[in-house]
Write a protein that binds this ligand. Structure first.
Ligand code: ADP
Ligand code: MG
Length: 657
């Protein structure tokens, strides 16, 4: 069944070459029970690793049922290893965080046999550990651990069992138990090859081989051991397995199993997993919250703009601000009430216009005191600025003419002075002058730090001559007839102003300014864009950092779990299996970070809305974006560690300390 010819295996140790196998040849028939003995370093383990398809010889032939094993690909080797060979190690190599049962089940996963828990339970029972199968390796004696390892080697029912010093780390009683189990397996038809130092163990075998310096020096039958095999030994279907292997690689391990393994790995290092996802978590939370704030701000700005109306023009006296500094303040054109009438007369373009003066003032009601902005306007203001009172009424033309002391309150002033009580008909003091409250203004969206609801509106005449003492207007609100003709309207007003004020053309652009909604909108859009760009950059950086964190942990994890990777490969995992396992782990981590980040971000947005009073609006888009992005991060930053893991050589990995 097994035939090797002239096998060579040389290890390079620095400048020294160690010939672990030298032209070794050996034939083993099905159903044999062979002991390999020899001094330490004589090449026994190397031979076993080659026989177990864990290692490739440098040269020579290795036939299994006539099939050449030296030419197989890594994937084919993994499959043959999984199906035909059960390996028992001196160090047991159980995965420490799994129960005995889960350990014994592992090879089934890589065989693509779906959840045949029963098989694992049967084998565990067979080695006499039924009542201990839910215990972890560190809760078991060495002998029990080795029995679990034997159960693991048996779950796929392989015809060949290779045991490399299986009793080396055990006490006498456990040794006997293990030998008894191996003997029983041989009687059931399995071919067993065992490496041992101990003559008492070898005495149970029917054939004893001695090795020295990589060569077989003696090979004898052992008459004392039980008689020849029963003849009903187990078949070794190499051909079938290899032809199956060519057909379907994909249907092997189930996605579900990959996920379970990945989840298991994460759960067994909870703290570390948590810390490594923290970066992504915070990044995503920040992105979601910032986008929410941005969106909220944008919406409230838009709401406010629409309340202003798209055909609003504002004429202001004075130079336009440049970087916060007014240029040539002395050259400011003084706006007069007759300018308003002149603008109103541009009937072709202008629907209506209202003068405006404003200043900060102290408002008092009872013992409440509030510093606010007082604006004097004409009756047209109500329409131009969409300020129809929500309760009470606007002042009339008559009241403006009579300089009546009537006032309309913005919602902020209302709240500060009156709380929940009804203000209508009450008397408040503005700069120590009594005013009657006649209405409440509708609430407007707040634009940045300036609160549009912190305002008191009074008649323009009252404001100019009784309260603020101003002779000239601060600005004129103009409602254009047609939003599409806003530019023409603006030009017409400029011409008018130049004519009325006898300005030289080069003066005009400095002495007054006209702003229309389109300008304001453009400025705001540009600002919003810059903000989005900044937020995006911060998001990208924080997620990048998060991704690097995950990669870092994954690399540590790969190094730390080198032996686990070796073991998984030894029981039949191929490179792709290992790669996918680690990749899924990385993706799962970053996805988990992404999802909890979304939760945190949404929570933060709600908190911000309720505490700071900003309108934070979480959008579905930002959630989808974060989740997809964290998935992407997981793949990108998981790929490299996963590749590192998959490339490990099984024997080197198992030897890793
Ligand atoms: P045994 O199992 O009989 O004690 P091994 O087969 O493990 O011996 O080793 C045979 C020889 O090959 C020893 O001299 C050992 O030092 C050497 N050897 C085994 N594995 C390696 C390796 N990975 N790198 C270098 N030398 C090795
Ligand atoms: Mg050895």
């Amino acid at each position: 069944m097994i035939e090797i010819r002239n096998l060579n295996k040389t290890y390079q140790m620095g400048s020294v070459k160690v010939e672990a196998l030298r032209k070794t040849s050996l034939k083993i028939a099905a159903g044999e029970f062979v002991a390999i003995m020899g001094a330490s370093g004589s090449g026994k383990s190397t031979l076993m690793h080659v026989l177990g398809l864990l290692d490739r010889p440098d040269s020579g032939e290795f036939l299994l049922e006539g099939e050449d094993m030296t030419k197989l690909s890594d994937k084919e080797l993994a499959l043959v290893r999984n199906q035909l060979v059960g390996f028992v190690f001196q160090q047991f190599h159980l995965l420490p965080r799994m129960t005995a049962l889960e350990n014994a089940q592992l090879p089934l996963i890589y065989a693509g046999r779906k959840h045949l828990k029963d098989r694992a339970i049967k084998e565990i029972t067979e080695v006499g550990l039924k009542d201990r199968m839910l215990h972890k390796p560190n809760e078991m004696s060495g002998g029990q651990q080795q029995r679990v390892a034997i159960a693991r080697s048996l779950v796929n029912d392989p015809p060949i069992i290779l045991a490399d010093e299986p009793t080396g780390n055990l006490d006498t009683k456990s040794k006997e138990e293990i030998v008894a189990i191996l003997k029983k397996l041989n009687q059931k038809g399995k071919t067993i090859i065992i490496v041992t130092h101990e003559p008492e163990i070898a005495a149970h075998c029917r054939r004893i081989i001695y090795m020295r310096d990589g060569q077989i020096i003696s090979d004898q039958a052992n008459a004392q051991a039980l008689g020849p095999g029963q003849g009903s030994f187990q078949e070794t279907p190499v051909k079938d397995i290899l032809s199956n292997a060519k057909k379907s690689f994909s249907a092997r391990m189930e996605l579900f199993d990959y996920f379970r393994q990945a989840l298991f790995a994460m759960m067994s290092h909870k703290m570390r997993s948590f810390l490594s996802i923290l970066g992504v978590l915070i990044g995503v939370a920040a992105v979601v919250a910032m986008l929410a704030i941005g969106q909220g701000a944008k919406e409230s700005i838009e709401k406010q703009l629409s309340s202003l109306g798209s055909n609003l023009l504002i004429v202001r006296s004075g130079a336009p601000m440049s970087g916060g500094v007014a240029l040539e303040a002395g050259a400011a054109t003084r706006l007069r009430t007759k300018d308003v009438s002149a603008i109103k007369d541009l009937k072709e373009y202008v629907y209506s216009a209202s003068p405006s003066v404003s200043s900060r003032a102290q408002a008092v009601f009872g013992n409440k005191n509030w510093n606010t902005r007082v604006e004097g306007v004409d009756v047209e203001y109500e329409r131009i600025r969409a300020s129809t009172p929500t309760s009470g009424r606007f002042f009339t033309a008559q009241e403006v003419k009579q300089r009546d002391k009537v006032a309309l309150l913005g919602t902020t002033v209302l709240k500060e002075l009156f709380g929940d009580t009804d203000p209508l008909g009450q008397t408040i003091k503005i700069n120590a002058i009594n005013f009657k409250v006649i209405g409440v203004l509708p609430a407007k969206g707040s634009m940045g730090p300036s609160d549009q609801n912190d305002i008191i509106i009074i008649p323009i005449t009252t404001a100019m001559y009784r309260v603020l003492g101003k002779q000239y207007l601060d600005s004129i609100y103009v409602e254009a007839k047609d939003a599409d003709l806003i530019d023409e309207t603006q030009r017409a007003i400029v011409r008018l102003m130049i004519k009325e004020h006898r300005l030289r053309t080069d003066e005009q652009k400095d002495s007054f300014q006209i702003r229309n909604m389109a300008d304001i909108k453009n400025t705001l859009t540009a600002t919003t864009k810059t903000m989005s760009l900044l937020l995006g950059a911060i998001a990208a950086i924080s997620l990048l950092v998060g991704g690097i964190g995950i990669m870092n942990i994954m690399l540590v994890s790969v190094t730390e779990r080198t032996r686990e990777i070796g073991l998984r490969k030894a029981i039949g995992a191929n490179n792709t299996d290992i790669m996918i396992q680690f990749l899924i782990e990385a993706v799962l981590m970053s996805l988990l970070g992404g999802i909890s980040g979304v939760a945190l971000g949404v929570g933060a947005s709600i908190l911000i809305t309720s505490i700071a009073g900003w309108a934070a609006k979480v959008s579905v888009f930002s959630i989808a974006l974060s989740v997809v992005f964290s998935l992407f991060i997981g793949v990108v930053f998981g790929l490299w560690p996963a590749r590192q893991a998959s490339k490990l050589d099984p024997i080197t990995a198992l030897r890793y300390e």
